[in-house]
Unconditional design. Sequence first.
Lengths: 575, 146
Amino acid sequence: MRKNILNAKRLLPFFVMVVVLACSSSAFANATIIIVNANAPNVGFNDPTPAAPVGGNPGTTLGQQRLNAFNHAAQIWGSTLDSPVTIRIQAAFVPLGPGVLGSAGATYFVRDFGSVGLFPGAEYPLTWYFATLADKRAGTEIHPTPGFPDIVANFSSNFNFYLGLDNNHGAQNDLVTVLLHEFGHGLNFANRVDEASGTQPSGLTDIYARHTLDNTSGLTWNLMTNAQRQASAINFGNVVWTGANVTAAAPNVLILGSPEVRVLTPPAIAGVKQFGTAQFGPQIPTMPAPVSGTVVPVVDVDEDGAGTANTTTDGCTAPLNAAAIAGNIALVERGGCGFVNKGRIASEAGAIGVIIYNQAANAAAAPPGMAGDGVNDPFVTAPTVSLRRVDGLALVANPGATAIIGRNPAIRAGADLVGKVRLYMPNPVIAGSSGSHFDQVAFKNLLMEPNINADLTHDVSSVNGNDLTLELLRDVGWFADADNDGLPDDTDCEPNSNFAPTVVIGTCDSGVTNFFFTSGCTFSDLINHIAENSSNHGQFVSQTNHLLNQMKKQGLITDAQKDILSSCAGGAKIP
Amino acid sequence: MRYKPLRNGSPETRSKSRRRIAIAAILTGLVLAVAVGVMGVSQKPSTAQAKKYRATKEVIRDQATGALRKPTEAETDLMVAQITQLTNRSTEGLTEKSGATGGTLMETEGRFQGVVLGRAKPDGTTEVRCVFTMEEAAEFMGLEQE
């Protein structure tokens, strides 16, 4: 049932806001995202190398397929978000260095911007926004140079991405997924804080930082001093997103059972520890039961005899104390061989869990995420995690310490005790990545975790239980506005307004200007609502004439226009 | 023609070596120039200085052999230069200007970028991570600061 638009209280504040509605996009417009091809002829997007169509990508050259993949990612975001201002992504494929697959980011930031029409402008003063979001909320392009790009993206022409559009990437890396992630940052899924120092550009906060809450201090980042932000940025597991949309959607995406590594005894070192996960072996979020036991440091041979390249604690060869390890949790120092080798060797010695702690060379590093090698992975039967060096040494120094590797069933994987979603805050800080990603303990895996995991879909929202990126963007200000009139759909008199230039009733074009009102309805919308709520033609005509009388009374239409409209209503076959 | 082997290589091989280094340096410069050239919309030189790193892990798949190997020194330098430029989070030298409809804007001039890195794995796949700092990139790619 439509809202009762004939309610006098809703009609009273009517006044004409804009007469010509050309400034608004058509209904269901969403956002237009344009890829601006910055490549020269015959390279990058213009590479003429023949290519067979793949995974729904019909391009017949390498360049076409690259451009199609970019456009597909842009289309996914464009059909998900709403903006009346075209978003321009200046993009190119260029020969980047080895291992560098691409880069992307906003081209400018804005604060204290105004707006046009019903668009709300900035939600907070003295707060930085990324260009794309600022334009959406301003209802117009803010940059003084028309057509100035909002996002810049450069990807490697040396790397063999999967260019299909169907996410059926197999062992390759899906370009569309990577683009969705990087475009997400450009859409304001990032703060502007330098986490290493806690400082902010010009000393001003940003819209993302306003939603970043430290559970320990109870403060959001915009209310903190630089020193407080600096400390918060390494408060692993205790910094969360406060936005209502993400919190509400989290139960639809994150499974119950938060992965954790907890030292049980002795009390002096007991507690939940910051840890990194492995892509091999049993996955904590899906383990049927936790593993707990005594933590036993491995002792193996010093392979190089000098304790340099290898040590007696690296677990790269069969442990000499296998009997003590069997049935317990093996503690292994990082280095000397691959993570998965350590996991396999400890598993084969009978360990029920494996903890790998950073070696001296990585003493200041966060516990790493650990990839498999595709060879040893199937032989790792014990869940394997990584710890900071300080936590590993504490276990070494406390023989007989006990620990548990498993899930806390009361907490969702990637959320806190009250259901707020955790942000990635490793210790030590990783400026930029800290805060501007979801925590990597989230499960299912989310698009905006630091690692772009192979199991991600192209779905960026929680509607089908897949992701929380759209919800976070809603929280920073990407409100749903299907007709791009500047009013959020949930307060819009008509979320899908009819923006025809003149009022048409049935097949009768009255020629009367289709006014747009501050309620978010056009003149045509009001008549359409009457039609939808009328049970018979007489009621429709009567209610329409009532509306026309009020419009006439307010001086919005003339007697002649009222007569034409009334005549159109009378002759229309409505309902 | 035969040359007597010298301790540090024959004159021919030393000459080739110098040429390779020179070519690598030129290529590095060219690639960086091409890459950075299209990155910034109105890019100014960055004040960020690339530190010297060395590769410690086999994270690159050799295009000729398909085998994993460490990045060469030239490749490492190129990688570090690009990542340092892109992840620069300093606002030094960035100016504020007025927007078309009011407000204040600050162009990033190629800084504040998220960088996608790929680490080749023995099974033929590549692990992908989004980083925002050189330090994070170094940790992921197995680079140690010299």
